[in-house]
Write a protein that binds this ligand. Structure first.
Ligand code: GLU
Length: 469
């Protein structure tokens, strides 16, 4: 499908963290915009001035940038648009679709009590007053919503959702201080940003009904709605702190790659047949908002780890080297000049088992450690007995004579050495590994030797051979 008139948006409220539910909503909006050749926009819903600090807004920018979901235009800030919101209400007053409500707090309280007793929503008597009837006292502006009939949301995910208008009260649009309310701001902003598809969490489904009435009051066409089910924890309950990470930054800190997150989040509520692993291009080609499932999606750590391992195995070693170096730095692990090149060299030998970049960093420690290595007791025992020491000495000679220093050659050298000694590899492999690593996790023999390079490998062997028993 190519419909370049599609405009989607993500409209996060800056709270100080970017929840992965918001990340998934952003991803689905981005995928749909890319799929249709449309635009993906960002609006910062910063009307809560206390929470919307510069740092909290930055968290949103950083989260989207990390996920690779950058908006196609400069972000819109909702709070800066209050004048536009108020102007829209002026238009509604002029059209007769909004009215000034002068109920005093006491009158409102009485009406609330009556409404509750009569099982109906609050209705202001000012709804039916002439606009010229204006007492000199504070007022709110309310939407003059229809009382009869129903409001239907034809939701792309939830299907047809019907609200009885008699159950929807006349929403406040402007408070007594003249400030605009949330639903009004969303409608005016979405309309003026040209948003055609509102794709968001289903905690906003009720707002869709209210917002539809505001659209009608303004004489505007509502957008296409698509409300996404929540993300649940592995146990099927609403995702919360006890399920572990919830914020995008936490997933980043735990060593997940953004492309793995995109692939994983795409699978939370959407999918393409049985495909587990797919590229952005494939997801963009396949994604349709109509295929999102209505049932809550469950976070599955094993699947996320599996995907992350896949992308770690695919990633450019130089890029992984940068990530791993940052992890080492954050752990105060000493890095030396040339560590990036060394990491990029080592990473291909150690990445197969890594589920996260933290594990990848662990797996590189053996190579970055400086001589002389600190040996674990177990590693020391492996190398200090006389028989092993003598054999390692002979192995050193064989290795030093290797014509080239690559995996196939060194595998041959090790095999040939085992034959010439008349023993299995088990008789010297663990000791060689202990000599090369001091007991920290290291890859298989040839991989460890190539990771370290010839000079360093032989020097570590020499160190081990001179260890006192
Ligand atoms: N600001 C709202 C939120 O963060 C989203 C509003 C919307 O998408 O319409 O939940």
């Amino acid at each position: 499908m190519s419909d370049s008139s599609v405009v989607t948006r993500i409209a996060p409220s800056p709270t100080g963290a970017m929840h992965i539910g918001t990340a998934r909503t952003a991803l689905f909006n981005w995928l749909y915009a890319r799929h249709t050749g449309g635009k993906f926009l960002l609006r910062v819903e910063d009307t809560d001035r206390e929470r919307s600090t510069e740092a909290a807004v930055q968290v949103i920018f950083d989260g989207l940038a990390w996920l690779g979901l950058e908006a196609d235009e400069t972000p819109v800030f909702q709070a800066a648009r209050a004048d536009r919101h108020v102007k829209a209400v002026d238009e509604m007053l002029a059209r007769g679709s909004a009215y000034r409500d002068y109920m005093t707090p006491d009158e409102l309280e009485t009406e609330r009590t009556n409404a509750r007793a009569e099982g109906r929503v609050v209705r202001s008597p000012w709804r039916d007053h002439s606009p010229n009837d204006a007492p000199d006292r504070p007022f709110v502006v309310r939407l003059k919503a229809p009382i009869e009939g129903e409001t239907v949301i034809d939701d792309q995910v939830k299907g047809r959702v019907v609200f009885q208008n008699k159950d929807l009260d006349d929403l406040i649009l402007l408070r007594t201080d003249g400030s605009p309310t949330y639903n009004l701001a969303v409608v005016v902003d979405d309309h003026e940003m040209g948003v055609t598809h509102v794709i968001r969490g289903d905690d906003h489904l009720n707002n869709a009904a209210r917002q539809t009435l505001i659209y009608q009051g303004l004489g505007w066409a509502p957008p296409v709605w698509a409300h996404l089910p929540l993300i649940h924890g592995p146990d099927g309950t609403k995702l919360s702190k006890r399920h572990g990470a919830q914020a995008v930054s936490e997933f980043a800190d735990m060593g997940y790659l953004p492309e793995a997150m995109r692939n994983y989040l795409a699978k939370l509520g959407w999918g393409h047949g049985d495909d587990e692993i797919f590229s952005d291009e494939q997801a963009i080609g396949w994604f349709d908002i109509k295929d999102v499932v209505g049932a809550p999606a469950r976070l599955d750590w094993a699947k996320l780890n599996h995907l992350n391992n896949h992308y770690i195995r695919q990633a450019d070693p130089a890029r992984l080297a940068g990530l791993v170096a940052a992890i080492h730095r954050s752990r105060d692990f000493p890095l030396h000049d040339g560590h990036l090149a060394q990491l990029a060299h080592v990473i291909p030998f150690v990445r197969d088992g890594a589920k996260t970049t933290l594990e990848l960093a662990d797996a590189t420690v053996f190579a970055l450690s400086r001589r002389p290595l600190a040996f674990t007791d177990k590693a020391r025992e492996l190398v200090v007995n006389d028989e092993t020491r003598a054999r390692l000495g002979r192995l050193r000679t064989a290795l030093a004579a290797a014509p080239t220093w690559d995996v196939p050659t060194l595998e041959n050298v090790n095999r040939g050495f085992a034959e010439s000694e008349g023993v299995g590899m088990g008789k010297f492999g663990p000791a060689l590994r202990a000599a090369l690593s001091g007991g920290t996790p290291a890859p298989d023999l040839a991989g460890a030797l190539v990771s370290l390079g010839k000079d360093e490998s032989l020097a570590r062997l020499d160190d081990a051979l001179s260890l006192g028993g």
